[in-house]
Write a new protein. Structure first.
Length: 226
């Protein structure tokens, strides 16, 4: 069952979608895209909860412009520009700390960043806060590769080869930064564009790319649970 809860954390009272597993399991924090905690993200959270993870999804824009927005809504770009990255990093760290107090959280912690959220997942891994991290069409990772050597945990990264916002040369730079690291999975999906995991959005959602990205997170969770 998934429901909204308020979580008291170091950065304030955080609105969180909580998807609970049938029994205690690893914790997974999801930082969504600029469109917030929409039905697509809720469906992904429910899926991972059914696979045994306790899932918390933060509304990254809770301070000034909360709520889910329809794909393509220009308000989403506005609130992204107004969002301070330092707030995103602090909120992610606060949730990773708070989720350990949930009675259904047992074992390792993981983080998934979707699009806008990818940089926060990557940084949480570099800061040593999690046992593994994933990013789906995560923007801005090329600018963070100076911290690649700080990451000592599994990564699962998925990109669309037809993504105009994340060019293939940036994806190749990510590959080069993690060359020789078998614990890092990097996939690029032919024909998939930006936002390929947004289910229900015609011309954007790519079922094949999403299935591969979801399977990557499942493997990460499974390895952390064993």
């Amino acid at each position: 069952m998934a429901r909204m809860i308020n979580v008291e954390g170091a950065t304030g009272t955080l609105p969180v979608l909580r998807a609970a597993p049938a029994r205690p399991g690893p914790g997974l924090v999801i930082v969504p895209s600029i469109y917030g905690v929409g039905q697509d993200v809720a469906a992904h959270a429910a899926h991972f909860a059914a696979k045994g993870a306790l899932v918390w999804v933060i509304d990254p824009f809770w301070r000034s412009a909360p709520g889910a927005l329809a794909h393509g809504d220009p308000a989403a770009l506005l609130r992204r520009r107004q969002h301070a990255p330092s707030d995103g990093h602090a909120d992610t760290e606060a949730l990773l700390d708070a989720i350990t107090e949930d009675p259904l959280c047992r074992g390792s912690l993981f983080v998934l960043g979707i699009c806008f959220g990818g940089r926060f997942a990557f940084t949480a891994a570099a800061d040593g806060l999690v046992a593994g991290a994933a990013a789906w069409h995560g923007g801005g990772l090329g600018a963070l590769l100076g911290r690649a050597d700080d990451i000592c945990v599994p990564l699962s990264l998925d990109f669309g080869e037809s993504d105009p916002l994340i060019p293939l040369h940036e994806v190749e730079a990510v590959r080069a930064a993690f060359a020789g690291r078998p614990e890092v999975e990097i996939r690029s999906h032919p024909g998939a564009g930006h936002g390929f995991s947004h289910t229900g959005v015609p011309g954007v959602f790519d079922a094949s790319a999403t299935a591969a990205a979801v399977a990557g997170v499942e493997r990460m969770l499974g390895a952390g649970s064993s």
